[in-house]
Write a protein that binds this ligand. Structure first.
Ligand code: HEM
Length: 458
């Protein structure tokens, strides 16, 4: 077993003293798990094979297009040093029924410890307050066997690789569905989601070269590899070959309704002029430019334009409400660190307006755009599902009267909530209705991203 797995210090992946097991782990691990792979242009393909031979043929063809985590890290290093572009990302995951279809017996599947993975997402709708599967977009209603991710920063390289992947799909197999992720950036170059807010900033970091760039005493972004890696139970040597559970959810955003809710909340709280921006920040926990509401008015430091060095230890909710999206999904109290996932989402849908500006709500799209939510977990139940069910959908977390997560909470929003009168104030507004739900789950699935060593056995 790699000694680095539970290590309480970041992985120096390029260190000469790295043990042989860790080297093998990195040489057989898929990229994008320990460190996000650039994927400005991204396609996510959902496949179903007709006969097991189809699946095997496809995997054998795909392998030469895939690279290891180690190679990815080397490419990033080379790019930083000399500007040499890396190669496209090709990721591959199997659902429970995908493994079954390839011929694995139930006894093999039991080696995956994760109940959510073994159930598949359709069986978890009640737990997650998701819409019933019959209402999902058609591809997700089907029995998906595999997912393929193709991504790159360069449009031509991405398209060429995607064409190669498509050509590998055997005649009997079907591409049940395909999503196209298109990165969006604000004028300062930060990645944003469709409501216009900087996204993807707070991540668990595993590697020494990433952790060293984020010093700070208020939030430690370092997490051990065991946060996202599990032994690949079907690989030749699960002690050295690792994989990760992958959650995919298509989340449609009603941008008009969200911006209307921001306006209505600003009116209800009597916010005027520039202070109106605080309404949206009360919902998200950060302003649109990424500044944490908690650090309102403080200049950025640490070389990071978008701050992440903070916690809520001294804020009972007068600065950042306990219900704000980023506070619900990461209370930053030290006890709950095990819940944090490696988020690797990408926005979908084309906009003709500018998502970051102050244009009125009626000019915004009501659908057709959203987030392809993707994240790596070592436990789907303990990380993704816990975040969605026990925190976001629970109006009683972290305290009675908190309300649902205003961005992603699902389920009926019955209780009214209060907001601080002004930033940092202990006096509260009169109770107001919670903002309506503006994010709708359109379908998804759970996958396991196996080690390359497993895929080579196919
Ligand atoms: C359309 C849906 C979503 C939108 C618009 C959205 C938006 C955002 C934004 C703007 C941030 C702040 C940037 C950052 O701190 O990285 C954020 C952070 C975060 N989101 Fe979401 N998100 C969505 C879905 C989800 C889902 C489904 C989950 C998990 C169940 C989730 C979990 C998180 C977590 C853990 C953070 C980081 C919090 C922190 O560490 O401070 N998000 N999200």
């Amino acid at each position: 077993m790699p000694v680095e797995l539970f290590n309480e210090k970041p992985l120096a992946w390029d260190s000469a003293g790295l043990d042989a097991d860790t080297k093998e782990m990195l040489a057989t691990l898929q990229p994008n798990i320990l460190r996000a792979h650039i994927r400005e242009h991204l396609s996510v393909l959902f496949l179903r094979f007709a006969v097991p031979a189809d699946g095997r043929q496809f995997i054998r063809g795909l392998l030469p297009l895939m690279k290891s985590a180690r190679r990815h890290l080397q490419e990033v290093r080379r790019f930083d040093q000399s500007g040499t572009k890396g190669t496209p990302y090709v990721g591959f995951g199997l659902s429970r029924s995908g493994y079954r279809h390839l011929g694995h017996e139930i006894s093999d599947l039991r080696k995956f410890g994760d109940l959510a993975f073994l159930d598949g997402m359709k069986k978890r709708t009640a737990i997650l307050d998701d819409p019933p599967a019959e209402e999902w977009d058609t591809p997700y209603q089907r029995d998906i066997h595999a997912v393929v991710l193709v991504g790159d920063g360069d449009h031509t390289a991405y398209q060429e690789t995607l064409a190669k992947v498509r050509a590998l799909v055997p005649p009997g197999a079907r591409v049940l569905g395909e999503e196209t992720g298109i990165a969006q950036r604000n004028p300062t170059g930060d990645g944003i989601e469709h409501f216009g807010y900087v996204d993807g900033r707070s991540q668990p970091l595993f590697l020494a070269d990433q952790v060293s760039k984020e010093p700070g005493r208020n939030w430690n972004p370092f997490f051990p590899l065991s946060q996202v890696l599990v032994p690949d139970p079907l690989a030749p040597d699960p002690d050295r070959h690792f994989g990760s559970y992958f959650v995919f959810r298509k989340l449609e955003q009603n941008v008009r309704a969200f911006h209307q809710a921001e306006h209505d909340l600003a009116d209800a709280l009597g916010l005027t002029g520039p202070a109106r921006a605080r309404a949206g920040a009360l919902l998200v926990g950060r302003f649109r430019n990424g500044t944490p509401l908690l650090m309102h008015g403080q200049p950025s430091s640490d070389g990071w334009a978008v701050q992440n060095n903070f916690n809520y230890n001294r804020d009972p909710g007068g600065k950042c409400p306990v219900s704000a999206h980023i506070r619900k999904t990461n209370p930053r109290d030290g006890l709950e660190r095990g819940v944090m996932m490696a988020r690797r989402g990408q926005t979908y849908g084309v906009r003709t307006d500018q998502p970051w500006d102050d244009a009125p709500p009626e000019t915004r799209p009501t659908g057709g755009v959203g987030l392809l939510f993707m994240a790596f977990n070592s436990s789907l139940e303990g990380q993704f599902e816990f975040t969605q069910q026990t925190w976001a959908d629970n109006p009683g977390f972290p305290e009675e009267g908190a309300g649902h997560d205003p961005v992603i909470g699902q389920g009926t929003r019955e209780i009214k909530v209060t907001h601080p009168d002004s930033w940092g104030s202990t006096s509260r507004s009169t109770p107001v209705a919670q903002v309506p739900q503006t994010v709708t789950m359109r379908g998804g699935e759970y996958f396991f991203m196996p080690s390359l060593a497993y895929l080579k056995t196919i």
